[in-house]
Design a binder for this molecule. Structure first.
Ligand code: AP5
Length: 204
């Protein structure tokens, strides 16, 4: 049975009314989501929210909700969808007045997350999916693991994260159909960003 994690009550009326563009950033572990989001922020000024970073911040805060998340993330599994959505809502509301739009990195991780987000907040404008082979993603994460200090950057958890990605997250790409741009992301980050920029230009 899925673990139960505490929820909060959040009024998202201002978020819905602002109707800012929302871009979902998808890709397997180590596909370069964070790397490309940093470049998008620099060029386009969107607000970057990483579901993984929000979860790690929650763990680091020592809150009751955070304590319940550590084991799930260490196992490379998905955190319950309500928890991630609550964290995203809180973060989006806190940035609302200064934001031109939101890059939601690492979300949705499963089709149900996307449906819940779009029902409770607003539909996304675009989905970008970074396609990278498992071997390349593993090599990048093993390399990053030498210095990242992340509890999930080890061989066993990387394997589980990849399994979770194939099982739950790949169907999201299919779910969004033509709204989703698939970008091959094994080249140099600058080359990948060229293609990302082309996809984003279609929004304006
Ligand atoms: P999360 O933090 O989202 O981790 P992830 O998806 O596994 O992705 P990473 O952050 O590890 O990699 P990335 O794609 O951002 O790549 P990066 O740019 O860093 O999630 C962690 C956990 O939280 C999940 O396992 C789950 O438990 C939970 N979680 C998160 N979101 C959730 C959700 N929505 N629902 C439920 N649970 C959720 O790059 C990686 C490395 O590669 C870096 O060293 C970088 O320098 C290098 N690199 C990047 N691009 C290139 C390139 N083009 N060429 C060469 N090297 C490159």
């Amino acid at each position: 049975m899925a673990p139960t994690v505490a929820r909060s009550t959040i009024d998202i009326t201002p978020l819905r009314q602002a109707n800012l563009p929302i871009i979902f950033i998808l890709g397997g572990p180590g596909s370069g989501k964070g790397t490309q989001c940093a470049k998008i922020v620099e060029k386009y000024g969107y607000t970057h929210l990483s579901s993984g970073d929000l979860l790690r911040d929650e763990v680091a805060s020592g809150s009751e909700r955070g304590k319940q998340l550590t084991d799930i993330m260490q196992r490379g599994e998905l955190v319950p969808l309500d928890v991630v959505l609550d964290l995203l809502k809180e973060a989006m509301l806190s940035k609302l007045t200064s934001s031109k739009g939101f890059l939601i990195d690492g979300y949705p991780r499963e089709v149900a997350q996307g449906i819940q987000f779009e029902t409770e907040i607003n539909p996304c404008a675009l989905v970008i999916y970074f396609q990278v082979s498992d071997d390349v993603m593993t090599a990048r994460l093993m390399n990053r693991g030498l210095t990242s200090g992340r509890v999930d950057d080890n061989e066993e958890t990387i394997r589980k994260r990849l399994d979770t990605f194939h099982k739950h997250s790949l169907p999201v790409v299919e779910h969004y159909g033509t709204k989703c741009r698939t970008i091959s992301a094994e080249a140099h980050p600058d080359e990948v960003f060229q293609k990302v920029s082309e996809a984003l230009e279609t929004l304006s």
